[in-house]
Design a protein around this ligand. Structure first.
Ligand SMILES: Cc1cc2nc3c(=O)[nH]c(=O)nc-3n(C[C@H](O)[C@H](O)[C@H](O)COP(=O)(O)OP(=O)(O)OC[C@H]3O[C@@H](n4cnc5c(N)ncnc54)[C@H](O)[C@@H]3O)c2cc1C
Length: 552
């Protein structure tokens, strides 16, 4: 270490205070109130992450007498086209009802009907698992709970490197995104819960931050894990959603489950099946879009119910947006379009490989939420696996003694930082550069894909990696932390191109549609494509791993 930095100690360090991180922090204190639990959060834990304020449903809950964890595993395996490890998904479903009841005991509202039953909707291929929630203050409740239990939250701090001592995890380097000061956390265990790569492709509206998922999530968790030697998978699952045009806000389940009509551009009804973003994308691509939502036939009571959820629980900005577009739900219709392409464990299949104990392949390193590969786990995956990660990480911390920091790793990062800060006079602003990187991601990694496009993606990412160091201007702390975010976006794109090239078939249509291999090929490709770090960051090693079944 060349300079003195703030140093903090933790038994459990959590990187990312979103849904999974907040829940992990709470659970770590519950299982051992005496241990020191620290959260590094890039924003402010009170409002950061996918939830931001509230959420209208917990998508996977095995409610007793309605469904079972076994049925969920069967159902989700269909939804994942067979690329799903059963034990971790089973554990998530098995504990989902317990977590929901726990939230309810904290006054999170899960509405009940006159028969005292929860509203459980069908959005999966088999069974009913989606429980309606009506809680505009969910994130505040979680963060206040964590604070009350004595969790130390270090807001505005981006984890930039994990620290290791030989093979074991030893903590992390955090950087304050306002002052640039470094904070070194020496930790016995680390839980990665920093979301997916939301800032990946560019949305049609051209705004860098106007994305569907939380814009502070730039693949940091994936890249921290990758650099530390952990296994990653599912980078070929390139998600595009189909949602409200220009604001990219949720709408579909909230309206369709309450009787709204879904129409294509020719006025043909499309809401007979449960709403299926994949089918809508295909219809849009065939020129039958945009697909629209109509509610003018609904009662005033129903419309008010929808507005209430959309404008409070989901996102207050929706009210201003729809007013600005003259979208009166009583008269008009709401247009939907494809979102930008992004990578995510919660809606998709991208993430750090974990077993049913949330353990990664690196001792002492755990992952939860959208950073981890708990296929299509959504909020339930984040909350439940957040708890599981906390339990096993706490056990690891109790069983393994202190770990010392390898000062050379900190000194190496200080050198990197010095080199970045010397880029004051370079010609390209970090925003212009990010725009171009993400435009190319949209051009070459957004499905449909083919080998030519994927090779172009790799060529561009290689070039961007060099240009980030030679062309980009870093004038202040703001530029500095964005520099590290863009580095992670480029690395996520490299891994996405490599995994997409490797999977020589089409699967999860349209999310991994290879026009040069248009058929699904279970015989050869019903397996995981696993990525690990070779001799350098760009040396991505590829291997194949079988799907893990229960009892294996
Ligand atoms: C718009 C939208 C609507 C959704 N609706 C539903 C729904 O109705 N039901 C459902 O079940 N699921 C829903 N989901 C999915 C669900 O919300 C997510 O799967 C879940 O919240 C992910 O939690 P997470 O903790 O992994 O990520 P997040 O909650 O996004 O948290 C990640 C946190 O990490 C922080 N971070 C990132 N990088 C760093 C770093 N380097 N250092 C420190 N901190 C960092 C971020 O600031 C953020 O706070 C929705 C998702 C979205 C985007």
């Amino acid at each position: 270490m060349k300079e003195e930095h703030s140093l903090i100690e933790a038994d459990v360090l959590i990187i990312g205070g979103g849904s999974a991180g907040a829940m992990a922090a709470i659970r770590a204190k519950e299982v051992n109130p005496d241990q020191k639990v620290v959260v590094f959060e890039k924003g402010n834990m009170k409002y950061s992450g996918c939830i931001a304020r509230g959420m209208d449903a917990m998508n996977i809950v095995a409610v007793p007498d309605v469904s079972t964890a076994e049925l969920y595993v069967e159902s989700n395996s269909i939804a994942c086209d067979g690329i799903m490890d059963e034990p971790v998904n089973y554990r998530m479903a098995e504990r989902s009802y317990g977590v929901m009841k726990k939230l309810e005991s904290w006054n999170v509202c899960f509405p009940k009907d006159e028969k005292d039953e929860y509203e459980v909707l069908k959005i999966h291929p088999k069974g009913r698992f989606c429980v309606t929630m009506k809680e505009p203050e969910l994130k505040t409740i979680l963060s206040e709970k964590a604070a009350a239990l004595g969790v130390q939250v270090v807001n505005r701090t981006m984890a930039v490197r994990l620290l290791k001592n030989q093979n074991r995890i030893a903590g992390a380097i955090g950087m304050n995104v306002r002052t640039g000061e470094l904070m070194i956390c020496r930790a016995k265990t680390v839980i990665l819960s920093s979301g997916g790569t939301a800032r990946f492709g560019l949305p049609d509206n051209g705004h860098l931050y106007g994305v569907y998922d939380f814009p502070g999530n730039t693949g940091d968790g994936y890249c921290l894990a990758y650099r530390a030697g952990a296994e990653l998978s599912g980078f070929e699952y390139t998600l595009v959603y189909y949602i409200t045009k220009d604001i990219n806000a949720p709408l579909l389940y909230i309206t369709l489950t309450r009787g709204a009509k879904l129409l294509n551009a020719f006025g043909e009804r499309r809401d007979q099946d449960h709403p299926n973003p994949a089918k809508m994308l295909l219809e849009h691509a065939e020129g039958k879009g945009p697909i629209r939502i109509r509610m003018d036939h609904l009662s005033e009571e129903k419309i008010k119910e929808i507005e209430d959820i959309l404008f409070t629980t989901e996102r207050p900005a929706c009210e201003r947006f729809h007013a600005g577009r003259d979208n009166d739900f009583r008269k008009g219709e709401i247009e939907m379009w494809p979102t930008e392409v992004y990578l995510c464990g919660g809606h998709g299949l991208t993430g750090v490989r974990v077993n049913e104990n949330a353990e990664t392949s690196v001792p002492g390193l755990y992952a939860a939420g959208d950073t981890s590969l708990v296929a299509r786990g959504h909020l339930s995956g984040a909350l439940v696996i957040g708890e599981v990660a906390a339990e096993y990480a706490s056990e690891f911390a109790a069983e393994n003694g202190e770990v010392s920091i390898n000062e050379k790793q900190v000194a190496d990062f200080e050198d990197e930082l010095e080199a970045c800060l010397a880029q004051k006079n370079n010609p390209v602003s970090i925003e212009e550069f990010e725009y171009k990187v993400r435009r190319m991601i949209g051009d070459y990694l957004k499905p449909p894909k083919n080998e030519y496009k994927l090779d172009r993606a790799l060529w561009w990412m290689d070039r961007f990696r060099k240009e980030l160091k030679t062309m980009v201007r870093v004038c202040d702390v703001h530029d500095l932390f964005k520099y590290f975010e863009v580095e992670n976006i480029i690395q996520s794109a490299t891994m996405c191109a490599i995994a997409s090239k490797e999977r020589k078939e089409s699967r999860w249509m349209p999310w991994h549609y290879r026009t040069d291999f248009p058929e699904k090929n279970d015989a050869e490709w019903k397996k995981h494509i696993v990525l690990t770090c070779g001799d350098s960051l760009e040396d991505v090693k590829v291997s194949h791993k079988p799907i893990i079944k229960m009892g294996n």
